[in-house]
Design a protein around this ligand. Structure first.
Ligand code: TMP
Length: 222
């Protein structure tokens, strides 16, 4: 059986990538492909518990290395439990965030550097590489305002506090943004950069086009 495809969605908080991951899943379903949708951190029962520690703003004084180690602990579990079995079964796995997030947020935002992240990825994740990464980078200010509004609403309605990252200063997010762009420039074959304040439909069209191209390529090489 041919290996499936790993498609990741990346971007700043509030960039709309979760909405786009769901739209992409529906687009694939309409084409007769039943994708697996996974998110990080989270996506497994253990991962959801790790997510709660990572995102809850009551997790005060979390050391940057602890944060990075927890992100990789979550990813190792998701790969073992969901992603690798899915790929082995020939599935298309759509993952809402993957190691580019760790490189951007912990490597860039927390200034741990790319080398440590990439080394841990080799060691812990067997260097599993996405076949295609869709990187959404709308304007920094608009994304942050959206993310902070959304978290306020979630906390009010469900009593879940996922605001630890959104409480970071803008300088942190500028470093995250810069690192994301650096990754896109370094790996243009894998990363499709979708920039600017585009509408949901426009972003979806660009995503669908990139995925369609990748699916044709896969058929040709099968
Ligand atoms: P989400 O809201 O898109 O699910 O992401 C949760 C937060 O976790 C978001 O602020 C980005 C952050 N994050 C990291 O800092 N490093 C990582 O490796 C991942 C996967 C997420």
């Amino acid at each position: 059986m041919p290996r499936g495809l790993l498609i990741t969605l990346e971007g700043l908080d509030g960039s709309g990538k979760t909405t786009q991951a769901q739209r992409l899943a529906r687009w694939l379903t309409r084409r007769g492909i039943e994708p697996m949708l996974v998110r990080q951190p989270g996506g497994t029962a253990t991962g959801d518990r790790i997510r709660a520690i990572l995102l809850d703003s009551r997790s005060t004084h979390l050391a940057p290395m602890t944060e990075m180690a927890l992100m990789f602990a979550d990813r190792a579990q998701a790969i073992a439990e969901v992603i690798q079995p899915g790929l082995d079964a020939g599935k298309i796995v759509v993952c809402d965030r993957f190691t580019d997030s760790t490189e951007a947020y912990q490597g860039g935002g927390r200034e741990l550097g790319s080398a440590a992240v990439l080394e841990l990825h080799r060691l812990i994740c067997g260097n599993l590489q996405p076949d295609l990464t869709l990187l959404l980078l709308p304007g920094l200010e608009a994304s942050l305002a959206r993310a902070r509004r959304r978290n306020g609403r979630v906390e009010e309605q469900a009593g879940i506090d996922e605001g630890r990252f959104e409480a970071e200063q803008d300088a942190f997010y500028q470093r995250v943004w810069k690192k994301y762009r650096e990754i896109a420039v370094r790996e243009p074959d894998r990363v499709v950069l979708i920039e600017g304040d585009l509408g949901i439909d426009e972003v979806h069209e660009q995503i669908a086009e990139a995925v369609a191209e990748r699916l044709v390529l896969q058929e040709q090489t099968a």
